[in-house]
Design a protein around this ligand. Structure first.
Ligand SMILES: [Zn+2]
Length: 495
């Protein structure tokens, strides 16, 4: 069902569960390193492989990071809590259970304010808890890459035991047709909070931040929530938004025809922007949780928690308010930069010496267009804030105009070198040589005698065509303002 029609008939309820891999040097319960991309099964030891007789010891830095995350999300911090065993069998989990937290999370009852269309939406946080990641299975053969239809599977335990923080929202209601945007704004804000805290590299494409998106619909006027689906491991901010939208449309179509939503996990497909059915959750799985007997409880000292709170960095929303004032831009411009994930890039460009307005113009204009064309985030473009600042300086110094600057950016993005190297290799400097410019103008005047006569007779507006001719003849490299002055001079006309 088309989105607008779906929203006319139903009200969406969202929930987001986000997993963040912490950037600690060692794993959650052993000393194995956590670096990404090592050869398979080289970061594994008796503890993370759960060999008999091995015992876990909790990673203090991971606990500290989780408390800092909880504090940044305005949570209460438990005075006393325990890890729990979550029992289930899966080959990528060598223990046959996962050490997690159940009814005693480390942090609970918080919120994160996000901005959508200039409005603040408060997303309430149910809990923030600490657990260990699983290994990674690869299913070989078969067309889908999933276990069904595969010839065989291989497993890499390097990731098993990496500290994982799970952040669960309370049901998000009242977002109405902005539900997809709210989901995206929340994931974006959360990622920025993690970056500001320096607790994770939060790379969604590498899986160090993964979002599960819960969506249900209730008919307008009803107060009874519908059955929800859980779309797993959505791996980009844009996909979070698309997954919500697609689920709203799909569920509305089923409900409108009198159908029933099945409680299940679903998979999001980047190529089609839709979800397909995964595992049914109609029968609740019994994880037989019980307190982890091999680990002592966690009882964070209150003075230490207060110290951590006092030492929190400037949080992203506060920082954005400060930068907005410093840069003198409107709410809408600021939000556009935020949505494009451009604020850090603009800030770095300004730090490298560019005026804020110029830095914003390039990142939000030409570069945003190119990133969009290539389907990549701005930060993935092969150009640095320093290079943009250099281009801004060349424009300000009169060596380039905007048109030439765009060609310089294109050259840098194509891997032709630094801005200075591209200018030199492509011969892009503005024609500052008066002799050269004068010669071009003489030729243009000779070729456009009619226009020249008009200007001579006082129709100064006709000078535009002549300036255009000069720009064309110089392939955009003339300084248009100087060319206009020289033309009027040569024709003996003054304004
Ligand atoms: Zn280990």
């Amino acid at each position: 069902m088309p989105y607008d029609e779906a929203l006319g008939r139903f009200e969406p309820v969202l929930g987001l569960e986000t997993h963040i891999e912490l950037g600690t040097a060692s794993k959650m319960f052993c000393g194995c390193p956590t670096t990404f991309g090592a050869p398979p099964n080289t970061h594994a030891c008796p503890v993370c492989l759960a060999l008999p007789g091995s015992l876990p010891v909790a990673n203090a830095t991971a606990i500290e990071s989780t408390i800092r995350i909880g504090l940044a999300l305005n949570c209460s911090i438990a005075e006393w809590c325990r890890f729990a065993r979550k029992n289930y069998f899966y080959p990528d989990m060598p223990k046959n259970y996962q050490i997690s937290q159940y009814d005693e999370p480390l942090c609970f009852d918080g919120y994160l304010d996000v901005e959508v269309n200039g409005e603040i939406v408060r997303v309430e946080i149910e809990r923030v808890h600490l657990e260990e990641d699983t290994g990674k299975s690869t299913h070989v053969g078969g067309s889908t890459g999933r276990i069904h239809g595969a010839d065989y599977s291989i497993v890499d335990y390097n990731r098993a035991g990496i500290p994982l923080v799970e952040i669960v929202t309370k049901p998000i209601t009242g977002t109405d047709r902005l539900a997809p945007e709210v989901a995206r704004a929340y994931a974006t804000e959360l990622r920025e909070v993690m970056r500001a805290l320096g607790v994770s590299d939060v790379r969604m494409e590498e899986g160090s931040m993964r979002c599960d998106v819960n969506v249900s619909l209730m008919p307008r006027g009803s107060s009874e929530w519908g059955t929800r689906t859980e779309t797993k491991n959505v791996n980009s901010l844009r996909s979070v938004e698309r997954a919500v939208r697609s689920e709203i449309e799909r569920q509305a179509g089923i409900l409108a025809e009198g159908g029933r939503i099945i409680q299940e996990t679903r998979h999001f497909h980047e190529d089609t922007g839709t979800t397909t059915s995964g595992r049914s959750k109609e029968e609740a799985q019994d994880y037989r949780y019980f307190p982890e007997p091999d680990l002592v409880p966690i009882a964070p000292d209150r003075a230490w928690v207060a110290e951590l709170k006092a030492a929190l960095p400037e949080l992203p929303r506060v920082k954005r308010k400060r930068l907005q004032q410093e840069w003198g831009v409107s709410d809408l411009d600021m939000e556009a930069m935020h949505n494009a994930d451009a604020i850090d890039l603009v800030e770095a460009t300004v730090s490298a010496g560019a005026p804020p307005a110029d830095a914003r113009k390039w990142w939000m204009g030409e570069l945003a267009r190119r990133a969009n064309e290539a389907g990549v985030p701005l930060s993935a473009l092969a150009i640095t804030p320093d290079q943009i600042a250099r281009v801004c300086a060349m424009v300000a110094g009169g060596a380039l105009n905007d048109k030439l600057a765009r060609q310089v950016l294109e050259g840098v993005l194509n891997g032709e070198g630094s801005p200075d190297e591209v200018v030199a290799a492509r011969g892009l400097q503005i024609v500052n040589d008066e002799g050269e410019l004068s010669a071009i103008i003489d030729q243009v005047l000779a070729d456009n005698a009619d226009a020249a006569d008009k200007v001579r007779s006082g129709k100064i507006a006709a000078v535009g065509a002549l300036v255009g001719g000069v720009m064309k003849a110089s392939r955009g490299k003339a300084d248009a303002g100087r060319a206009r002055e020289l033309i009027l001079d040569k024709l003996g006309v003054s304004e």
